[in-house]
Design a protein around this ligand. Sequence first.
Ligand code: G6P
Ligand code: ZN
Length: 545
Amino acid sequence: MTIAVETVETTPFQDQKPGTSGLRKKTAAYRRPHYVETFVQAILDGVEDKPNATLVVGGDGRYLVREVVQTIIRMAAANGVGRLVVGAEGLLSTPAASGLIRKRRAAGGIVLSASHNPGGPDGDFGIKFNVSHGGPAPASVTEAIYARTKTMNAYRIVRTPDLDLGSLGEMRVGDTLVEIVDPVADYAELMAQFIDLDAIAALFARGFRMRFDAMSAITGPYAKAILEERLGAPEGTVVNGTPLPDFGGHHPDPNPVHNAELVSLMTGPDRLDFAAASDGDGDRNMIVAPGMFVTPSDSLAILAAHAHLAPGYADGVKGVARSMPTSRAADRVAEALGVEAYETPTGWKYFANLLDAGMISICGEESAGTGSFHVREKDGLWAVLLWLNILAKTGESADALVRAHWSRYGRDYYQRHDYEEVDAEAASALMEHLRARLPALPGSEAAGLRIEAADDFAYTDPVDGSVAESQGIRIYFANGGRAVFRLSGTGTAGATLRVYLERYEPADGRHDLDVADALAEVVAAARAVAEIEPRTGRAEPSVIT
Ligand code: G6P
Ligand code: ZN
């Protein structure tokens, strides 16, 4: 079918530089005429051999997702892309999109989400390009997209009516075959390959009580289909299970601050056995054991230690990776397993090469992301299922599992302090000042605590040799503590200074301290050395997780 392609003239944009995770901005920014189209055209221009290429398209259901899906369909058709695989109603969780890209051998995928940032007209929106391995595009690709947006003066689009995104099946738009797929089916099948679903079903049959909070975001349909329908968890196990355009006005970021209710369900005599939540686009996870929030850093270490109990990892974990600000708990497990531990910069994309090369099986970040080689994104529901698999196989309660882990490996007390929406110049000046002082820090004292070493983290990818510099400042203290400073790459207003704080208590040390008490000295030293209050005007962080 031939179809008229319109070439629309436009003026280039200078502000479409992708951050840690694609182009992410206030929703209103995408309302500017030709703004979405310019970025999409820049993505499409980079797709090779378009007539034979497949692209996966979907998003987390937030405001604008459906409209932008329709725009992508029209533009992909105008640009001669062979096939689009689109989640029904425009829905796909980020890990499900990654899985589909791999399964369909697609050239890539366009994922519409601003992850854990609030949605709606006053919230955030994002467009992310994933490449053929299923993971976020590497810097070389995002830089090329950005460069094209800065000179883009026309894009191609066809003027067709909206497609019905609700009916599964294939349809043609011009020469492009558009396939609308069930967003959950392939993902559920993938989980069945990696996780012992029968063991989890038996756990629920024994009366195991849990809650999964989908936070009115994308994981609702996935969690209901897998936990309730397939594994027999009682109806109501999944709460906030319908994706809403504004996530019901909530902040879909699963942490103990934004989901205090879930944490409170896990205390008291009537507490549940397990609670978990996922974020806007389904790649993050939060795990709560009876009486305790499990830090993402501990969760990664515990999953790595027990992954062999799940069929996908029965041959053993080959290697483990964590982002630099993540606590060193996973390194201790890798050492005990006799496998390599890698330390990467913040950002899931840095794990892709290690996963592709088979150098690691499991990886994770302090920012509530955990994943494995099953896809090339972090995967919230997968992490929950792996936890359940381990609980089912060990017969342990979740809190006993965590305590046993500490008694064997020691405990890394951990907190992240975020100073949100600080003045961008003040935040950069703070970082520059710390950088400039690095050579003088070792041997000096901050708030009475001796600094042993300090550096600016740089990473050389062991697979392709690419180098990422200035990825965060690390300061090591004499009491075994560490503070890391970096600026967020995902914020959309001002700058967010993140300070990551940790202190190690060995296996025979004290594991029952209050976290704030355990970290008090490191916190005071970090604040002093970075001159946080004098430079930002903030005596306390906006959020502590
Ligand atoms: C996204 C990425 C993560 C990364 C996080 C860091 O969620 O997918 O891989 O850890 O951003 O965010 P930040 O705001 O600290 O740059
Ligand atoms: Zn996310």
